[in-house]
Design a protein around this ligand. Sequence first.
Ligand SMILES: Cc1cc2nc3c(=O)[nH]c(=O)nc-3n(C[C@H](O)[C@H](O)[C@H](O)COP(=O)(O)O)c2cc1C
Length: 390
Amino acid sequence: MFRYETAGESHGQCLVATLTGLPAGIPIAIGKINRELWRRQQGYGRGGRMKIETDTAQLVSGVRHSETIGSPIAILIENRDWDNWTEALPVEDYAGSRENRKEVTRPRPGHADLAGCIKYNYPEARYILERASARETTARVAVGAIAKQFLAPFGIGILSHVIGVGPVKLNRLAAWDELVALSEKEEVLLGCVDSVIERQMKEAVDEAYKTGDTIGGVFEVVARGLPIGLGSHITMDSRLDGRLAQAIVSMQAVKGVEIGFATEGAASYGSKVQDTIHYDKQRSAFHRGANRAGGLEGGMTNGQDLLVRGLLKPISTLRKPLESVDLPTREPSQAAYERSDVCVVPAAGVIGEAMVAIVLAQAFLEKFGGDSMGETRRNYDGYLEQVKKF
Ligand SMILES: Cc1cc2nc3c(=O)[nH]c(=O)nc-3n(C[C@H](O)[C@H](O)[C@H](O)COP(=O)(O)O)c2cc1C
């Protein structure tokens, strides 16, 4: 079983991830992890924090001579901003620390502040927001970068693009080559494959900036090269659609998920929605009339591209704050403002890729297993032979 955990607070020393259950012999390049971390930091509409950090991963166990060795992998990513927070968030308390705490006493509507304070019994929200922050996703992206490197030798690729920012939408599918080109760009605006739509998206972000507001949107993750039969129809927890939905909605600020053309399908008719089945006798292969199901039927991959979308709400820290209550006095007050992003949809796409890569790597290992890449490869090739003979 491939599992992972993350630890770390937004302004703590570092972020940490541990991974267990990956086979020995996966080729690992730290540069590829760092490239994903860099992609997560980009996008028009990010706040000042991303200018402070240059995220780089240190692999402190489980990888030797550029390959996994089967033992648990541990990853550290330092927070440069920690230098500014050592007095506010000390590990050991010290005399006079009270004045240096950067207390957040006016909870932000939409953030974890108020529910977290009440649940953990804190009078103010500093410790809650430190962990609720999407800074945590830096560790997830590092884990996802390793999952991608596990899947790549099997011909599986996972990329994303932004298809909506506020009211501006891209109303077409992206070609795989467009997604590859987007992922290789050295300057990221809003992560949209269409430059005209991207400019309109930028205008929508500018409008939000001007008015002290924030803006949400939609990203789409595409996974290509998947074998038929990852996941299963047999139980609720083996269905890949359910597992992907959990992984995507577990991302901070993501409030909805769509697989294939679910929204369109719900407003249409069965005859228009299903992907018809055809057989090419010359190639001895099935093919489909369309991919409206987004590559999943019965909770299993069906060999078509996987299409998963995440719907982000506009983030909740506003320069023009909303109504809230001051916790010590219980008087009406404006919500707290702390340096914040205005639009995070391109970054969320990269995090979405990581989440999809992790779920797919888990499903892949459940099906093919293996303590070494050689064993996984034998099992995989044997299955492909079986599929070919079907
Ligand atoms: C990449 C990324 C960056 C984010 N940056 C901010 C931010 O700067 N300010 C903020 O209030 N929320 C930000 N969020 C969203 C909050 O982390 C999130 O709204 C909060 O933890 C409450 O969780 P919920 O919205 O999922 O309910 C960000 C989310 C993502 C995915």
